[in-house]
Design a protein around this ligand. Structure first.
Ligand code: BGC
Length: 408
């Protein structure tokens, strides 16, 4: 048997995001869109807001020593500039529950959903959006930093901007247009766009640039609060590769820059570390057939090695903040996780400073524009009864976490 060891102190866990599991969040853009029938109803989701203690017992039982969660902006700042102490106290209790179990928390300050007052007044199209976001970020960190050391500002800025302003698939449902060309075709994350308007493609870039400014400003404000906090951004990296055809090589190079390089080059100076979300790869000129996940995405978990190496050019420590599979029958998940962890191990052997791995997701959850049908969880949720059932693949991951190694 060979043993592929991970560095001492490596963090193993799973991730969730507030609105995908908590339930009962009012006054936010997705809830409003659901009321209008533009996205599936959210309701009480996995009721994690009330069941976090029991859910963290499962986290402990599964051998995790870390957990990634997000804070719901609409709960913390229900009206512009007015902060809700009760909501902060809720998250303090959540963090204390993790600490009591010796589980290291990793907080994402904002994961996709916006308070209604912000989205209705223009959201990230607003000129002062970076200031508004930085004020909220600083408030969160100031009130939680005694319980948590790791804060990510924004989850997947590119995915947020492209789904909202290029494809018109997520709030605010604006579709990008360049002359007569309209962007976006369903890619597994959405089926049909509920477009409310067509926007010049420049609006998309305006949003991306505001997100860049928002991260950078939030970084400064957080550091004013506490110098020692580990601040990162969470970047979705789609791996773009190609065969030896020079045209395909050029396409891969352009795709890498548009999807990741443009943004990363502008935020990296304000990152102590980087969070990597990895799900997908495109190889230009590839004719190989792949198995598909329940999302219809090609199964290529070892691609995580290339995503890590791509981000490592910035020479900042990397935490895998999400990587996982929709697999309702749990037939492929164990193998997927093993191959993914192996890819991460290969990257570490080649010198990449990877410090943690959070599987997406701890629980089945609200998969954005697709509602509850996709099953990413290590733990299955019965949405009728809220019963939790640990999937067999979760025990395969547990072995890895507890051994801090891949045993083959
Ligand atoms: C997002 C999650 C989402 C997952 C699976 C990631 O891009 O951060 O919120 O559920 O992908 O689609």
């Amino acid at each position: 048997m060979t043993e592929k060891k991970f560095p001492d102190g490596f963090y193993w866990g799973a991730a969730t995001s507030a609105f995908q599991v908590e339930g009962g969040i009012k006054n936010m853009d997705w809830e409003e869109a659901a009321k209008k029938g533009l996205v599936p109803k959210i309701g009480i989701a996995a009721d994690h807001f009330n069941r976090y203690e029991a859910d963290f017992d499962l986290v402990k039982l599964l051998g995790h020593n870390a957990h990634r969660l997000s804070i719901e902006w609409a709960r913390i700042e229900p009206e512009e500039g007015k902060f809700d102490l009760e909501a902060i106290n809720h998250y303090r209790k959540v963090l204390e529950a993790l600490r009591r179990r010796n589980i290291e928390p990793f907080i994402t300050i904002w994961h996709f959903t916006l308070p209604l007052w912000f989205s209705q007044s223009g959201g990230f199209e607003r000129k002062d959006a970076p200031e508004v976001f930085a004020r909220y970020s600083a408030y969160v960190v100031k009130n939680l930093s005694d319980l948590c050391h790791n804060f990510s500002t924004i989850n997947e800025p590119n995915v947020f901007a492209s789904h909202g302003w290029l494809y018109g698939a997520w709030p605010p449902f604006k579709r990008g247009q360049l002359l007569w060309f309209k962007f976006g075709k369903p890619d597994g994350t959405w089926r049909s766009a509920q477009i409310t308007s067509h926007k010049n493609i420049l609006t998309y870039f305006k949003v991306v640039n505001n997100l860049i400014k928002a991260h950078n400003l939030a970084y400064d404000k957080i550091k004013e609060t506490d110098q020692n906090i580990n601040v990162s951004i969470v970047k979705h990296v789609r791996v773009f590769q190609s065969n030896a055809n020079p045209v395909n090589m050029l396409l891969a190079c352009i795709a890498r820059y548009v999807q990741s390089g443009y943004l990363m080059n502008r935020v990296i100076d304000k990152c102590d570390s980087v969070g990597l979300n990895y799900y997908r790869a495109t190889k230009f000129g590839d004719t190989k057939k792949y198995q598909l996940s329940d999302m219809g995405w090609k199964i290529y978990p070892e691609g995580i090695e290339f995503a890590l190496k791509y981000l490592w050019k910035h020479k900042k420590p990397i935490y895998i903040s999400e990587a996982g599979l929709a697999d309702a029958e749990d037939k492929m998940r164990a193998g997927y996780i093993t191959r993914q962890v192996d890819g991460m191990w290969c990257a570490i052997q080649d010198g990449v400073d990877v410090r943690g791995h959070m599987y997406w997701s701890l629980l089945d959850n609200y998969e954005l524009a697709l509602g509850y049908e996709k099953r990413f969880g290590l733990v299955a949720i019965n949405y009728e009864t809220q019963e939790r059932t640990i999937r067999p693949s979760a025990y395969v991951y547990k072995k890895i976490c507890e051994a801090n190694a891949l045993l083959e």
